[in-house]
Design a protein around this ligand. Structure first.
Ligand code: BGC
Length: 813
């Protein structure tokens, strides 16, 4: 095995990833904030902040895909004699005597040392507050008195991140600031339709400031050598238009051994329309003053930080495993759950691969994300379900995406993705099983957010199922519409125009022939869930009606969806097979194998086992399972975007980590624990971390959307980290199927599927008002529970009936 350089390591005790070399193969980032105010921060302090919506309320500016990469952030410049350095190495890149970045649960601590001075900055967003705290601690470890010149730096974004990058004829004239004591206020466009402003404050007297970028940096200089810093002289500039910034200048004297804290605060404020100004043209700063007063001392900041840590302690106490294998425990107990929270918050909007301007919240994406998150904060998942359902159309179709600030469907992309409706059932059922809260089904929820159109959420679920049944094709399989889960399999699109988007171009027709086996499997899985739900709430007729539809779908798949060794992927616009041995390329696809095996379609005829074997034989490689095989080597007009990618990347035979768990769950349901485990470990970040930091490139503590497949130029190279449905699916896989602790309406079902080498392990699971300590003794078995002893008495079956209180459970396989 090629020896790979390491850039960091896990610190499980502190729930941190510790980066020890700033020159990581790609910026390794973290997320700050849990509800309204958010920041992205790289290991060199790059990134930006926004309020709720990365497009419409961007607070600080960031330049994506720039030279150098990761350009712009919150920078502290320390001028010590002639040496200027930054605690996070960038942007000056002055070699440091010591560097460390610790990414933790919603916080990041970056420490640098140079010439006897240590600068350590703790970045976090306090709970329920609209600000980012940057607590800088400067320590003089030398034996000389140090006279330091400290400059802070933030660059304001003019609110709308999209127009900020394009509409310069307007932008360059709109910027406005106010300066009051140690606070710099960003009030661009506040005079007209905006009633929000931002500020950057420090809790000490300042000796100067700058608010105009070119004056501070110099037109021919860079972030690496801003003129004001290099000369050690702030300009006290007042921005009028151009590019407003915020920089404080502080002179610091440190005796040997002395240490000083500075609390910097980047805040966001909204005012009522009639309380906007305290004097003509002067912003009303009352709320800013109040926020500052809450965090103006080290003690207050430390308390807010302790609260954040307690918040995460509580969240991560809900599901804890002890297997004795650090690589599993740290992913299950820390990083996988953390990534689930982040994807729940952001959907696919803002990462270092998603610019925050393109996509809002996805209908299917958010439903999947909430399944990874629902055990953490169920009320937020509940609200999310209502928000999502409110963007559905009366015929059961739905907006593919919505904008988080307005919660309105996104017209640019529209609807017509025919898998979308099923995901609403997937999300809602997971919520009810976790909470036992059936009342959500009675919530009145509008269509397309139109007041007066409200029906119960249950009605929404019903029309979701009906949407599939009403849109069947010639083989009685679901019509694919614009696309199913695979956005890039565009069977009704037909584009020769490079200026067209595959996803939004007018379909040649809605398509009456192109059918999807992925939706067929998804329909059977969610249909079974829907039937069980109907029975549970006493809707026997509806249950029977849908059971029949599910049975018919199973028959259709067996008859028209089986290729001999695996499930077909689709039928195209002309009714020709896709993902068949008869095809020239892409003979087999992963999505339909995953969904049809999870649905157990044709298990009795050996289809499931054959399909899973085919995944091993044709899709698996060293780094995971590829999406399709063989890769497309040319563009196929009838298939669309999927064939536009080079071999081995993205949807064209990349390892799309999102759908590997579908097959793994299929393996678990089939009881093949060894195979499930070997697939799972291949894409488990902690295993990859150990082997491939350089090759993998992206953060080793979270999953990425795609790893280059075996046909790629650099197999194993990861891309698009953080915001991916992979997080929720990895969580579902390990928590419910491998470790086998699965919420059901009436209790917790225990049904693990393990490699035959698995040792005894213990899961502590908080569930509603109860806590279960569950110890599993696998005894070399991959599947099959022999006996469950609850609080000393053996029970029948695999479901522990729910009762509040603390319980111990012994499981023998
Ligand atoms: C999208 C998903 C989609 C997947 C596969 C992701 O980028 O967010 O909605 O299912 O790609 O195309």
């Amino acid at each position: 095995m090629e020896q790979q350089k390491r850039y960091g390591h896990f610190d499980d005790q502190h729930r941190e990833y510790v980066i020890t070399d700033p020159q990581t193969p790609w910026p390794w980032i973290n997320y700050l904030g849990n509800e309204d105010f958010f920041s992205l921060i790289s290991n060199t302090a790059g990134g930006y902040s926004f309020y709720k919506d990365a497009k419409f309320r961007r607070i600080t500016r960031y330049r994506y895909n720039n030279v150098p990469m990761d350009n712009g952030g919150r920078y502290f410049y320390i001028k010590d004699g002639d040496t200027v350095w930054n605690p996070g190495w960038k942007p000056c890149k002055t070699p440091l005597d010591f560097y460390e970045c610790r990414h933790g649960m919603s916080y990041t601590r970056i420490t640098g040392r140079k010439n006897g001075v240590e600068a350590s900055v703790l970045f976090f967003v306090p709970l329920k507050k609209w600000c980012e705290v940057q607590k800088l601690t400067l320590t003089n470890n030398s034996s000389d008195t140090k006279q330091l010149k400290l400059f802070s730096f933030e660059e304001w974004c003019l609110w709308n991140a999209a127009t900020d990058m394009e509409n310069f004829q307007r932008n360059f004239s709109t910027g406005e600031v106010e300066i009051e004591g140690s606070t710099i206020y960003h009030k661009t466009e506040y005079r007209e339709r905006r009633n929000h402003y931002a500020f950057y404050h420090v809790n000490t007297e300042i000796q100067g400031f700058d608010t105009d970028r070119e004056t501070f940096v110099g037109l021919y200089n860079e972030f690496a050598d801003p003129q004001a810093v290099m000369e050690g002289k702030p300009r006290n500039s007042h921005a009028h238009g151009w590019s407003p910034i915020a920089s404080h200048y502080i002179e610091v004297t440190l005796q040997p051994g002395e240490s000083k804290d500075f609390v910097f605060l980047l805040g966001y404020i909204e005012n009522e329309q009639d309380e906007k100004f305290e004097a003509p043209q002067v912003i009303n700063k009352k709320k800013a003053h109040a926020l500052i007063a809450e965090l103006d001392t080290t003690e207050k900041v430390d308390k807010a930080f302790a609260e954040l840590c307690e918040y995460w302690d509580a969240l991560l106490n809900i599901y804890k495993v002890h297997t004795g294998n650090d690589k599993i425990d740290r992913m299950v107990n820390i990083w996988n759950q953390y990534q689930c929270m982040v994807t729940f918050n952001f959907s696919r909007s803002a990462s270092f691969f998603e610019s925050g301007v393109g996509r809002g919240m996805g209908f299917r994406d958010s439903n999947q994300d909430l399944v990874g998150f629902v055990h953490q904060i169920p009320p937020r998942a509940r609200q999310r379900i209502i928000d999502i359902a409110s963007t559905q159309f009366p015929d059961g179709g739905c907006y593919h995406q919505y904008q988080p600030l307005t919660k309105r469907g996104n017209n640019d992309i529209g609807g017509g993705f025919n898998d979308d409706p099923c995901w609403l059932i997937f999300g809602t059922v997971a919520y009810i099983k976790e909470t036992g809260d059936f009342s959500i089904l009675d919530e009145m929820v509008p269509f397309d957010n139109q007041p007066g159109s409200e029906v119960t959420l249950f009605e929404h679920l019903k029309i979701s199922m009906d949407h599939v049944i009403k849109n069947l094709g010639p083989h009685m399989l679901p019509l694919i519409g614009r696309a199913d889960w695979n956005d890039c399999l565009n069977l009704n699109c037909f584009s020769w125009d490079p200026n067209e988007s595959f996803q939004t171009t007018e379909n040649v027709s809605e398509g009456t022939k192109a059918e999807s086996l992925m939706i067929a499997g998804l329909f059977v899985v969610t249909g079974k869930d829907y039937v069980a739900l109907c029975k549970k709430i006493g809707k026997a007729d509806e249950a029977a009606r849908m059971q029949q539809a599910v049975d018919e779908m199973i028959e259709a798949v067996k008859k028209h969806g089986w290729d001999g060794e695996w499930y077909l992927r689709a039928y195209d616009f002309y009714g020709r097979k896709i993902g068949s041995n008869e095809c020239e390329e892409a003979k087999i696809f992963i999505e339909s194998q995953g969904w049809c095996t999870m649905a157990e379609i044709g298990a009795e005829d050996g289809m499931v086992a054959k399909s899973l074997d085919s995944c091993k034989k044709y899709l698996e490689c060293e780094h995971g399972m590829v999406l399709n095989n063989p890769a497309f080597t040319k563009y196929i007009y009838e298939y669309g975007e999927i064939s536009s990618y080079p071999e081995g990347y993205k949807e064209n035979a990349g390892i799309f980590c999102h759908n590997n768990p579908w097959v793994i769950i299929g393996e678990c349901i089939a009881g093949r624990g060894n195979d499930a485990w070997s697939h799972y470990a291949k894409i488990l970040p902690s295993y990859v971390e150990e082997k491939y930091q350089t090759l993998h490139k992206v953060e080793p503590y979270v999953n990425c959307q795609m790893v280059a497949g075996k046909d790629a130029a650099r197999p194993g190279e990861g891309k698009n980290s953080w915001l991916t449905g992979t997080a929720a699916w990895m969580w579902l896989t390990v928590s419910q199927y491998i470790l086998g602790v699965k919420p059901q309406y009436d209790g917790l079902q225990i049904d693990p599927c393990l490699p035959d080498t698995a040792n005894d392990y213990t899961v502590v699971r908080q569930f509603r008002e109860a806590e279960y300590t569950i110890t599993v003794h696998p005894n070399g078995h991959q599947k099959g529970v022999k006996q469950i002893v609850l609080d000393g008495s053996a029970i029948d079956g695999t479901i522990i009936p729910y009762t509040p209180g603390n319980h111990t459970v012994e499981v023998t396989m």
